[in-house]
Design a protein around this ligand. Sequence first.
Ligand code: ADP
Ligand code: MG
Length: 259
Amino acid sequence: MTVPLLELRDLSGGYDPIKIFEGVDLVIEAGESIGIFGPNGHGKTTLMKTISGVLEPWSGDVIFAGERMNRASARGSRRFRNFNYDAVTRRRMDPKRVARAGLIHVAQGNLLFPEMTVAEVLSIAPLASGGRNLQGADVHALFPRLTERRGHKIRYLSGGERQMVSIAVGLLAAPRLLILDEPTLGLSPKLRAELCASIGAIRGLGVPMIVIDQDVGFLTALIDRLYLFDHGRIARVLPKADIPDHDTLMTMLFGEALT
Ligand SMILES: Nc1ncnc2c1ncn2[C@@H]1O[C@H](COP(=O)(O)OP(=O)(O)O)[C@@H](O)[C@H]1O
Ligand SMILES: [Mg+2]
């Protein structure tokens, strides 16, 4: 039997003291990709940040490629609330270790340094690859627009181009699992189409993904299963063959549409 790529066991988390999600159980087998769909503000990003160790899990386990990423102890050692608690308590999870293991999180929104050039950002990205190699990961073939923009500072790029840089950085880290959190949010139709094609090509390289997006058609083309996420919980899991169109899905989540 092969080990699952990612396993979440009864995971909960949030922003102290507010719990944002709980009871999340999820298994991604080797080679699989999944999508997550749900309303804004219900905890999808918070869950992703917890999987990659940016936030502390409150309870439950994150197991990546057979290795538990979190320490087993319960949360609650944060006595020095007003200090930098990373310095005085040991974290349950180390995001560097998660990335080194190959779980690469392309975060929602633009988190790039504005004064660096595209070429500079791309030149340091492979440092996160931990010696792994990803066959066919040719960033300039996948994102030709970035070749044109090599010498430009991030601050002069459009939102779509920044998103391309972020995903290219994720790819250069040679992911064993790539998390893309709302990669197409707020992009012009033209750049959005370019980006969707590039993400499809990355999937075509065999890179397993967790993709969060509001476009069900785009998701369905990439994934094996769709998780409907609602009020911090997985409300339903749909195998690819059962994923309906966008309107039907909205009705499943919210009931009858308001017209
Ligand atoms: N840094 C933060 N501190 C406190 N609350 C936050 C923070 N980021 C998000 N939240 C809250 O957590 C909830 C879930 O947000 P988020 O995970 O971003 O949802 P989604 O990705 O599904 O849109 C929201 O109510 C949001 O206001
Ligand atoms: Mg989000």
